[in-house]
Design a protein around this ligand. Structure first.
Ligand code: GLU
Length: 495
């Protein structure tokens, strides 16, 4: 019987979830669910210098938002970071005793050795190697110290690390599901530090121990780790353990085909959340950056992604982060999302734009009205922060005429006549209802003889400052009588 599928996402808690990490987590999750296996979230915090307070909480919040829930590992429970599952602890800094036990096995097997070289000596060796044009690497100075001598020196308090002892000139190979066969010779590998002076393991050591003890069947991670994998494979061999299957995901590239960079691109998952992308939209899009379904389908719910996902269809080359495609996908979800959810998302944007105050959100009438505005505009949005531009006209009576068409429409000779006719009818009703727009335009056409563009464009421009916009009848209804009259008055100042 095939081994149970168990995968893990193993971030370092830096406090920020890169969009690439969110995709890695997603692919792990999709594969686990598809195979009815387990998705584990493990925290790799062995680099204590990178410790960031609140980082785990922030990360878990993003995964929760994205609906990527783990079966084992680190979770939030009653507002605190907690752990669940039988293979814990799932936070590496809580597993130090385990690593110590396994490093002893490696030392006994002569697959690792104590190294007492000082920082100064290591920098000197590095300088000398660089001066000779060689790739800097550890020169093996401490390799020959016997284990008993090394243990005595360590016991007497001498600072040390423990390094991996690679045999000379050994080819290490593995088959990567995406990259194919990868072979590296140990003459190109450094004697990797496994245990640091502070008694913490390095990533390379801890990852192997944990993936083995947690019975991980597939390691799905970013391609930046592919060059480290031979070290891991050697460790599996040294322990006599079966290595998991490796799956290295292609980088995410921007439209210039360069790796996404913090300076040029939005890279934090939270940036997308703050812009008002919906989790369904971002997840659907990310799934397609580096994986393709076996059909033309582009819109997938999480359930559909689970059904269609396969490791075999992950692309070998970098996936392009095409913001237009993200916007296209997300606009689909905005069209179909529950209006209350959208209104919730619109509120911080509207507050930020200064259109409403945080007190007004407690006024049910105002909120109903805002819901109407969101309903009217949703079809025009790719992400909710765009509501700041789109909704302006509903919250203030003035606008600027930014494009030639709008200026021309406003200056058209018939605009004054049309506004007179329109204003007369707006004043005559108590409330502007669903039918007002339709009836009024018909009547004005009959009265003035203007029709089509000549009729609509000047009136629309007078009301919203643009020749194109959301449905006219609904716009009028949402604006309401008072606002409509205020905008007509403003438009007259521009004639
Ligand atoms: N802790 C590593 C990271 O931050 C995990 C790499 C792996 O998945 O093995 O990306």
């Amino acid at each position: 019987m095939d081994k149970r599928v168990r995968v893990r996402f193993a971030p370092s808690p830096t406090g920020f979830v890169h969009i690439g990490s969110l995709r890695t987590a997603l692919y792990n999750y999709l594969f686990a669910k598809k195979m009815q296996g387990d998705y584990i979230l493990r925290i790799e915090d062995t680099d204590q210098t990178r410790f960031v307070k609140g980082a785990i909480e922030n990360m878990l919040e993003i995964f929760d938002w994205a609906h990527i829930h783990n079966d084992e590992g680190v979770i939030m429970r009653d507002g605190f970071v907690a752990q669940h599952g039988p293979a814990g602890p799932y936070i590496q800094s809580e597993r130090l005793d385990i690593y110590r036990q396994y490093i002893d096995q490696l030392l006994e097997k002569d697959c690792a050795y104590y190294c007492f070289c000082s920082r100064d000596r290591l920098s000197l060796v590095k300088e000398q190697q660089m001066a000779k044009g060689e790739t800097p690497r550890y020169d093996g100075h401490c390799r020959a110290i016997s284990l008993s001598e090394a243990r005595q020196r360590a016991a007497s308090g001498e600072a040390h690390v423990i390094r991996l002892k690679f045999p000379e000139n050994l080819d290490i190979s593995f088959d990567d599901i995406v990259k194919g066969r990868v072979t590296v010779n140990t003459s190109d590998l450094d004697d990797q530090v496994l245990m640091k002076t502070d008694g913490f393991p390095t990533y390379h050591f801890a990852v192997v121990i944990d993936d083995h003890l947690m019975a991980i069947s597939h390691v799905i991670r970013g391609e930046e780790w592919v060059t480290s994998t031979p070290k891991h494979v050697f460790l599996y061999q040294a322990f006599g353990w079966e290595a998991p299957q490796f799956v290295h995901l292609p980088n995410i590239l921007n439209r210039e085909r360069k790796k996404l960079s913090k300076r040029q691109d939005d890279v934090a998952a939270s940036d997308f959340r703050a812009k008002g992308y919906l989790p369904q939209g971002l997840i659907n899009f990310l799934a397609l950056v580096g994986w393709s379904p076996d059909s033309e389908q582009e819109l997938f719910t999480m359930e559909e992604l689970i059904e269609h996902f396969s490791l075999e269809r992950i692309s070998k080359s970098g996936g392009i982060f095409d913001v237009d495609k993200l916007n296209f996908i997300n606009s689909h979800y905005i069209k179909t999302e529950d209006i209350d959810v959208l209104t919730e998302l619109a509120i911080p944007q509207l507050i930020e734009a200064g259109y409403i105050t945080s007190e007004e959100i407690h006024d049910p009438q105002k909120m109903d009205w805002i819901k109407g505005v969101v309903t009217l505009l949703r079809d025009r949005l790719s992400h909710m922060s765009q509501i700041k531009q789109e909704a302006g006209i509903f919250f203030k009576a003035t606008y600027e005429l930014n494009d030639e068409e709008a200026i021309a429409a406003m200056r058209a000779p018939q605009t004054g006549i049309l506004l007179d006719a329109f204003e007369k009818r707006a004043r005559a009703v108590d409330v502007i209802n669903d039918d007002f727009g339709k009836t009024t335009f018909k009547e004005i056409q009959a009265e003035t003889g203007f029709k089509g563009k000549d009729l609509y464009m000047p009136i629309r421009t007078a009301l919203i400052g643009e020749v194109h916009g959301p449905d006219m009848g609904l716009t009028l209804k949402v604006l309401g009588k008072e606002n409509v009259l205020a905008r007509i008055a403003y438009a007259r100042t521009l004639l």
